[in-house]
Ligand binder design. Structure first.
Ligand SMILES: [Zn+2]
Length: 247
């Protein structure tokens, strides 16, 4: 049977610690809790790492977080050869915040890139120090200097980033909200999570289940590391932190 984990990071991406209870340990040792602050790998954003603290103060290191039989079942994958937890046991969670915050900054930077490059997205992947977004365009027609300058304008403007819930019907009435060419947001769940940038979403809004920073200024300095040609009608943009290194 599939469990349903309350995903606390959906309402507050800034939670670094929380209390929870062990609901199950699966046959591969994966730990399922009643609630969690650990983001599970999805939509190009890797799952969180961190620790689970037992009542006696001992720590279980979480090497990865994934989803199980359904998207609502979140599995904390422990590093090998650690104590086996008991069902019903209370636990204190601590996410590896330094890594998660880098992922939140990078993930938000990917949204900004889709504002600067408003083309259909064919793939995306976020990591702590490098992210990529693939666009379905025959020719970029941009230089990495131009794109970097426009990204940094959005960062410096420090636009708010927030979530708005819409219905399936609202999404169906606004198909342009979906920028991904291959991935459709899940329908039939009633509410779709729209990630908005700017006052009244004036800069952007698109369905997304990931974790983001609360304003574009928090993304910090970024640049386009590379624009690569991936096939005749595909361009891959790589985002990196820090100023653009001299050519
Ligand atoms: Zn997102």
């Amino acid at each position: 049977m599939a469990y349903r984990t309350e995903a606390l990071f959906r309402d507050d991406a800034y939670l670094r610690t929380a209390d929870a209870t062990i609901v199950a340990v699966n046959d591969r040792g994966g730990i399922i809790l009643d609630r969690t602050i650990f983001y599970a790998t999805s939509g190009g954003q890797p799952g969180d790492t961190g620790t689970l603290e037992r009542d006696d103060g001992s720590l279980i290191a979480v090497a990865a977080t994934t989803t199980g039989q359904t998207k609502d079942e979140i599995i904390h994958v422990p590093q090998p050869e650690q104590a086996v937890l008991e069902v019903g046991e209370p636990i204190k969670l601590a996410v590896d915040w330094e890594r998660r915050h880098l992922l939140m900054r990078m993930h938000t930077a990917c949204h900004l890139l889709t504002v600067v490059c408003p083309f259909p997205i064919t793939g995306a992947s976020v990591s702590e120090d490098d992210s990529r977004v693939d666009f379905d365009i025959p020719d970029a027609g941009f230089t990495r200097e131009d794109v970097t300058a426009r990204l940094m304008e959005l960062v410096r403007a420090d636009h708010p980033v927030f979530v708005r819930l819409i219905t399936d019907e609202e999404l169906a009435a606004n198909p342009a909200l979906v920028k991904s060419k291959n991935v459709r947001p899940p329908a039939g769940t009633g509410k779709i999570r729209l990630v908005c940038i700017g006052e009244n979403a004036s800069i952007d809004s698109q369905p997304c289940g990931g974790t983001h920073v609360k304003s574009t200024g928090e993304v910090g300095e970024i640049h386009i590391g590379k624009i690569e040609k991936k096939g005749r009608e595909n361009r891959r943009f790589r985002i990196r932190f820090g100023p653009m290194p001299p050519a």
